[in-house]
Design a protein. Structure first.
Length: 301
């Protein structure tokens, strides 16, 4: 009995030692296997490093900081078509795409808008056929660059092109750049306003009195966008722009768009909009103002 206890103690120690050696050997084998796998698949040397408040490892100190700025695409696509029958038959169609791409301090907005109306009228032979009585399309792009991180001030660059078949111009184009600021921002509303110099080109339509001609003018462009959530599912938006030619006799152009958007389901809404265009200098009996009322379905991205 006196020898039994020392024997058991020796056996226990031996078994623990063997287990520890086996465990160590297993780890060594895993390390060898990992080294073999890593040697088969060469890793590309990193080109940048995401710095934090901690001191980076020595091998990353000379690398530039990685650009991990997230990007975001938002916007909406609209579509509307209407037909009227009776004494006056009309067909209207409108489509609009309004997208914005944002990355870091840069936000770029893209706009394409098309509106057309056809009316069925009697021709010289007494037959009725559809004729285009209103047609307009426009495109615009604007980039805003915020001057400070999370700030309200920004610089902008704008280009717009418009082709309105019945406003006395073959086309109107404008370029502008300047300074803007977000004056109001809270949970339910925001207000942006901007101003800057630019150049406007108007191609005047040919008439019986004169040939078509190109008119260029230096302008001051001012614009504002105000949006407010009236109720949980109703949003009011007002966009106003002015391209003012300081020189007397040159055409200035003004535009105002007022809209109400009502959400139907998660990504689909109904939009009512009223648009007013105004040119100060037009030829002949062409109207200075043009209005457009639309009702469209809106799909949000």
């Amino acid at each position: 009995m006196k020898l039994l206890f020392p024997i058991l103690l020796m056996l226990t120690y031996a078994s623990v030692t063997v287990a520890a050696e086996a465990k160590t050997e297993t780890k060594n084998n895993e390390a060898v296997i990992n080294d073999i796998i890593e040697s088969l698949y060469e890793k590309d040397a990193p080109e940048c490093y995401h710095f934090t408040d901690e001191v980076p490892p020595e091998e990353f100190i000379g690398l530039p900081e990685c650009n991990l700025t997230p990007s975001k695409l938002t916007g909406s696509v609209e579509l509307g078509a209407f037909f009227y029958t009776g004494d006056n038959e009309n067909a209207l169609a409108k489509t609009r795409a309004d997208l914005a791409y944002e990355v870091g301090k840069l936000r770029t907005s893209y706009l394409v808008d098309l509106y057309i109306r056809k009316s069925r009228e009697e021709n010289e032979d007494g037959d009725k056929e559809y004729e285009t009585t209103d047609q307009k399309w426009q495109a615009a792009i604007q980039s805003n660059y915020t001057l400070e991180e999370g700030g309200k001030n920004y610089i902008f660059g704008f280009f717009g092109y418009e082709d309105d078949r019945f406003n006395g111009f073959d086309y109107q184009a404008s370029f502008a750049g300047g300074w803007g600021r977000r004056w109001i921002e809270d949970e339910i509303s925001f207000l942006d306003a901007e101003i800057g110099p630019g150049l406007k080109v108007d191609e005047v339509k040919e008439t019986d009195d004169h040939n078509n001609q190109t008119e260029k003018a230096v302008i001051i462009r001012a614009a504002s966008t105000y949006e407010r959530k009236l109720f949980e599912s109703i949003v009011f938006k007002q966009v106003v722009s002015a391209e003012m030619a300081p020189k007397s006799g040159e055409n200035s152009k003004y535009k105002a768009i007022t809209s109400f958007t009502t959400k139907l389901i998660e990504s689909l809404a109904l939009k009512f909009a009223f648009t007013l265009d105004y040119n100060t200098e037009v030829e002949g009996d062409t109207s200075h103002s043009r209005t457009e009322t639309s009702l469209t379905l809106v799909y949000s991205i």
